[in-house]
Write a protein that binds this ligand. Structure first.
Ligand SMILES: Nc1nc2c(ncn2[C@@H]2O[C@H](COP(=O)(O)OP(=O)(O)O)[C@@H](O)[C@H]2O)c(=O)[nH]1
Ligand SMILES: [Mg+2]
Length: 381
C-alpha cells in the first residue's frame, strides 16, 4: 500500500456515528498535541553581552524572529541586564550592557551571581544555555571588562566571541581568541549591510556561522527552540523537524504492531497530528489549536473532494495517511512508518518552500494549508 491507496480508501463510507467519533478524537488530539509540542520544544536562554553601541540590539533583530529587541518585552534581572522575550518566540535574551562603565566589576559580579543561580536550577529550561560576548571590530581592542566577563562566565556557560560590525579583520579575530581563550570560537558578523564610500554595498555576513556554532553548543533539549526562534537558517529548522518526523514514524510503527484490532486509526491520528504540531513548532510557527485546525481541515479538504460541510473536518482524520484504513483495522508497521514519513516530509518541504520564497515573514496558516493541500493532492495523484 502506498499513500495513494491510503487516500483512496479514505473515501470509504463511514456511518454518521463513526464520523462523530472521529471528529471528537481529532479535536482532542489537536488540543493535546498543541500543548505537548510547545512543551517539548521548550525555550533557549541566551546571554548577549557587550558594551553599549557594539550592535547587540541590531544583532538580536537580525537573528531572531519578531524584531525582538525593538518589540519584545524587557524586564530587568540585574542592574545592567534585561531579559527580552516575546510571546510565541521560544527564546529569552539576556541583554547585558554596562561593560563600559568604571564599575564594570559590579556588572560582571551581578551577572555571574545571576547565572550561577539560574544554572544550578534542576530544571534545564531555567539555565542560561549560551553566551555571545560582543566586541566591535572597529575598536580593535579587547577591554579588561571583556576579559573579566568571559573568564567569569566560562565557568557556567559556553561562550562565543562575536566580533560585530565586521569590515576588515586584520588579525583581530585571532587576537580575540588569544586574549580570551575561553571562547569556543570567535565569529565575525555584520548584522546590517554596509554602504562603502566607493558606492559598493557589502552584504550581511557571519550570521549563519553564528547560528551553526550556537546550534552545536546549546544542549540537545534546547536545539528545537533555537532552530525555531532564529530566522537565519532554514537548514536547522529542517534538520530538527526531520528528527521529529523520524520519531513519529517510529511511534507509528510501534502502534501498528499493536495486536488490538481497530486500534490503529485511533492511535495513529494523534501521532500524526502531533507530528504536524512538532514540525510546525520547530519551524517557529505560532502553533495553536486554530492553526492546526486550519492546517488539517484545509489540507485535507482537497483530497476529500466530494465530501462537504461539517463532515469535511471529520473526514480529514481519515485522510491522514494510515488512518484512512480504519475500516480495515490494523495496518503493517512498515506501512504505518513509511506513510508517516512521507506525510511529514511533504509538510516539511512545504514549509521550506514557503519560507525560502518569503524570508521576511512567517507564512500564515491559510498559506501553509493551501500549499500543503496542493502538495498532497499532487502526491495522491
Ligand atoms: N553599519 C553597521 N552598523 C551597525 C551594525 N550593527 C549595529 N550597527 C549600528 O550601531 C549602532 C548601535 O547598535 P545597537 O544595536 O543599538 O547597539 P547595542 O547598544 O549594543 O544594542 C546603531 O546605530 C546600529 O545601527 C552593523 O553590522 N553594521
Ligand atoms: Mg541595545
Amino acid at each position: 500500500m502506498n499513500q495513494v491507496s491510503a487516500f483512496g480508501q479514505a473515501g470509504s463510507n463511514n456511518s454518521a456515528q463513526e464520523v462523530e467519533m472521529i471528529e471528537s478524537d481529532l479535536f482532542s488530539a489537536i488540543n493535546d498535541k498543541v500543548n505537548e509540542s510547545l512543551k517539548s520544544r521548550g525555550k533557549v536562554n541566551i546571554l548577549i553581552a557587550g558594551k553599549t553601541g557594539v550592535g547587540k540590539s541590531t544583532l538580536i533583530n537580525a537573528v531572531f524572529q519578531g524584531n525582538l529587541a525593538q518589540t519584545g518585552q524587557g524586564r530587568p534581572v540585574t542592574t545592567q541586564t534585561r531579559e527580552i522575550t516575546k510571546e510565541g518566540i521560544p527564546v529569552s535574551i539576556f541583554d547585558t550592557r554596562g561593560l563600559e562603565i568604571a564599575e564594570y566589576k559590579e556588572t560582571i559580579g551581578g551577572l555571574a551571581a545571576f547565572i550561577a543561580e539560574r544554572n544550578s536550577d534542576t530544571y534545564p529550561m531555567k539555565h542560561v544555555h549560551i553566551a555571545w560576548v560582543c566586541i566591535s571590530e572597529g575598536s580593535r581592542r579587547v577591554e579588561d571588562a571583556e576579559i573579566a566577563l568571559v573568564s567569569e562566565l566560562a565557568r557556567f556557560v559556553p561562550i562565543i566571541g562575536v566580533i560585530t560590525q565586521a569590515q576588515s579583520d586584520r588579525g583581530f579575530k585571532n587576537e580575540v581568541i588569544s586574549i580570551i581563550p575561553q571562547v569556543r570560537n570567535a565569529i565575525r558578523v555584520r548584522a546590517l549591510e554596509e554602504q562603502l564610500d566607493s558606492g559598493h554595498v557589502i552584504p550581511v555576513m557571519g550570521l549563519e556561522d553564528l547560528i551553526d556554532l550556537t546550534m552545536d553548543l546549546v544542549p540537545e533539549g534546547q536545539k528545537n527552540a533555537m532552530a525555531a526562534a532564529q530566522k537565519i537558517s532554514i537548514k536547522h529548522k529542517k534538520e530538527r523537524a526531520t528528527k521529529i518526523v523520524a520519531g513519529a514514524a517510529a511511534s507509528a510503527a510501534t502502534v501498528a504492531l499493536s495486536p488490538i484490532p481497530f486500534s490503529d486509526a485511533a492511535l495513529l491520528a494523534p501521532i500524526q497530528v502531533g507530528m504536524l504540531a512538532g514540525v510546525s513548532s520547530a519551524f517557529g510557527l505560532p502553533v495553536s489549536k486554530a492553526f492546526l485546525y486550519t492546517l488539517i481541515s484545509g489540507s485535507f479538504s482537497a483530497v476529500a473532494g466530494s465530501i462537504g460541510g461539517r463532515a469535511l473536518v471529520a473526514s480529514a482524520m481519515k485522510f491522514i495517511p494510515g488512518v484512512g484504513t480504519v475500516a480495515g483495522g490494523m495496518i503493517a508497521a512498515g506501512v504505518a512508518s513509511t506513510l508517516t514519513t512521507t506525510f511529514g516530509m511533504a509538510y516539511i518541504s512545504v514549509l521550506v518552500k514557503l519560507m525560502e520564497s518569503n524570508p521576511d515573514r512567517l507564512p500564515s496558516a491559510e498559506e501553509i494549508a493551501a500549499s500543503f493541500k496542493s502538495t498532497l493532492k499532487s502526491q495522491a495523484g
